[in-house]
Design a protein around this ligand. Structure first.
Ligand SMILES: Nc1ncnc2c1ncn2[C@@H]1O[C@H](COP(=O)(O)OP(=O)(O)OP(=O)(O)O)[C@@H](O)[C@H]1O
Ligand SMILES: [Mg+2]
Length: 269
């Protein structure tokens, strides 16, 4: 199964993490994938969900997401006509995944408002969802939640409540190895992993992660962008990096021409 996820769903490496994730799911557990920006949380979750072949619903968390979007809601015109009948209820992603025994991918769960997170509690441990006017809805076998989140130190993220964390197993993803990053960039730019542009783009993105002047370095997404753009600029990786990196790194000192001089020195590494 791990190999088929890698081959058929385009996941490079992550053999150990995929093994952990599948073991949890086979044990009927819900999984929280945690790691910094761009390490492949969404890609891994999507690939696993697709490989399980169970039906798959995806939700992207944000601060304005509401309980009724997650659970579903009554269609007002139909309620006027027929009253609060089950047919008048339009199921949301949580209820759909529960009734289908499918996979619910909750991307960026910690960005959801606390009220929405709380709705999940009984569904996660008892497979139970109480819907006003409809009553108790029960999950079919196979229902599983794969959630993703950035670690708490990242902007615009909060901590999950203890109660919610207690219902998940944690699989951590760290940055890919250099060889894996080259393979990922190569697969998305249709180049050979040994192409000079790819090697340089990956080296540049990685160098941003251990420079003391940079608070938060760039992910493989930056390497993909640098390689992609450089190929259209006659292989000029430095010029591409000046376009791709400013939006993706956070400097310790944001003043002046700090970025420009940092890029000059990264080039030499
Ligand atoms: N192991 C991998 N195999 C193949 N592609 C990968 C892998 N890891 C990352 N990628 C690719 O790198 C990019 C970033 O990955 P992804 O969006 O899954 O990261 P993420 O951890 O969800 O990031 P964010 O925290 O920003 O949501 C995507 O284009 C994805 O396809
Ligand atoms: Mg993601």
């Amino acid at each position: 199964m791990i190999q088929s996820i890698q081959e058929q769903h385009g996941i490079v490496g992550r053999t150990h993490e995929l093994g952990d994730l599948l073991a949890c799911i086979q044990a009927g557990r819900h999984v929280l994938l945690e790691g910094p920006v761009g390490v492949g949380k969404t890609a891994v979750a999507k690939a696993v969900a697709a490989a399980l072949g169970r039906g798959f619903v995806r939700v992207d968390g944000d601060g304005r997401y509401t309980e009724s979007r997650l659970v579903g809601q009554f269609d007002p015109p139909m309620v006027l006509e027929q009253g609060y009948k089950p047919e008048a209820f339009v199921a949301g992603p949580l209820l759909r995944a529960m009734l289908d025994g499918g996979v619910l991918l909750l991307n960026e769960l910690n960005r959801m408002p606390e009220g929405v997170q709380n709705v999940l509690l009984p569904s996660l441990d008892e497979g139970l969802l109480l819907v006003p006017h409809l009553g108790a809805m029960h999950a079919a076998p196979g229902f599983v939640v794969i959630a993703t989140q950035n670690p708490a130190e990242f902007v615009a993220t909060g901590d999950l409540s203890e109660a919610l964390q207690d219902r998940f197993e944690l699989v951590k993803l760290d940055y890919q190895t250099e060889l894996e990053e080259r393979a990922i960039v190569a697969s998305q730019t249709l180049c050979s992993p040994s192409a000079a542009v790819i090697e340089q783009a990956v080296r540049m993105a990685r160098a941003t992660r251990n420079d003391p002047r940079i608070r938060r370095g760039a992910s493989v997404r930056a390497a993909i962008a640098i390689a992609d753009i450089a190929m259209r600029l006659n292989g000029d990786v430095d010029r591409a990096a000046r376009l791709a990196l400013p939006t993706r790194i956070e400097l310790v000192d944001e003043r002046g021409d700090a970025l420009s001089s940092i890029l000059d020195s990264l080039k030499k590494k």
